[in-house]
Design a protein around this ligand. Sequence first.
Ligand SMILES: *Cc1c(COP(=O)(O)O)cnc(C)c1O
Ligand SMILES: [Zn+2]
Length: 458
Amino acid sequence: MQYRAWFSCVAGCPGQHPLNEVLYRCPICGALLEVTHDEEGLRSRSAAAWMRLFDERYLRTRWPYGSGVWGKKEWVQPHIADENVVSLFEGGTNLFWAERYGKQLGVEDLWVKQCGTSHTGSFKDLGMTVLVSTVRQMRAEGKPIRAVACASTGDTSAALAAYGAAAGIPVVVLLPANKITAAQLIQPVANGAMVCSLDTDFDGCMKVVQRLTDTSKGDTGIYLANSMNSLRVEGQKTIAFEIVQQFDWEVPDWVLVPGGNLGNVSAIAKGFLEMQRMGLIAAPPRLVCCQAAQANPLFLAYERARAAGRDMSLDDFEAVQAQPTLASAIQIGNPVSLSKAVKAIVETRGMVLQATEEQLAHAVARADRTGLFSCPHTGVALACLEQLIESNTIQKQDRVVVISTAHGLKFTEFKAGYHRETLGFESRLANHPVSMTGDPEQAVGELHRLLDDYEQAN
Ligand SMILES: *Cc1c(COP(=O)(O)O)cnc(C)c1O
Ligand SMILES: [Zn+2]
């Protein structure tokens, strides 16, 4: 095989572990693992040749390369045989030019990467295709894996259940009871997963799944699908590739992404930094991790470091008890990918910001009025964008990309609450449906009155 990749320790311990080994942490020090690629092998093609190849494959039909993830297969998981790839044509998502919203905020070059416009409605599909394909190959090799399991704030379990069902691999999902939306709950139910609703929060579910998949307690045969499993990061890093590809290989100035467990911000940084090392781009954009003020441990660490006038480090971090937030998928107080995220922010000259419930809801309402249909997590990033424009950190001519992490249709309770004005703060852009009798004359009269009001207000 010309291209090779392996697990290595993020803390720098020696050792290359095969990607088909059941291993989630460094066997020497217990730190997270990451997938390292043989960059000498990748250099057998020039940067220009890689970009040409990626463009030739992009959204075409030749299996499995039309997938946004598998079109970069050599950089993602080169050891998977094509027949073991479990792909639902993930990636290739719209880069929405937010022209009207940008104009209202005072930036001219604003884009929203619609990662939620995908098979299960969130960016989690990008990582799950890599993980489930690897599991399918391990099972084909005779490894005794009975099931794949995850703890989830809703979207990970939806993605795992769909990819598992497509491959015929049993799936176990552990969900915090009453903390996910109806749409998110019905997804793994419909896909036939074993759905467990636990009387705890996400951090509590994470403890259970770690015990369930703990290889030191004897080989349990249940494979862990949380983002601590660095195979998922490899799929998610293709967000970075796609963004520059969609800009004809130009790099934006800023990328804003909501962060909870911090796998995605780490993945996006890894994508940009690998492209930089391999000569596809000159430098990464500045990455901004956007947290809900209700669940903001990375923000607090960043502020501690900033107050002391130095770069953030792991010593600045303290876990918090995450409080309920409308951005339920990022209600996480002790993020698993912390060490990778700290590195991601420092190496991209990035920042960490936070948004309150009212700020995120208002940002969503404002963006939706210009044709978007954002989820509350994307709202956190939009609210942070508004802050950075206000403080003149992001300037009028800067090219900005906001990562939209899920489809708004998964979060209709949140939107309904906003427009019914039941969220507990002022819904400045509430839009109330108007009841009518069905009598045409009455309807016409009423509508013209509504249009008069609209024209006066705008
Ligand atoms: C998982 C998720 C996030 C958070 O991503 P992390 O990698 O955990 O930081 C944000 N938004 C949505 C909609 C998600 O599903
Ligand atoms: Zn180690």
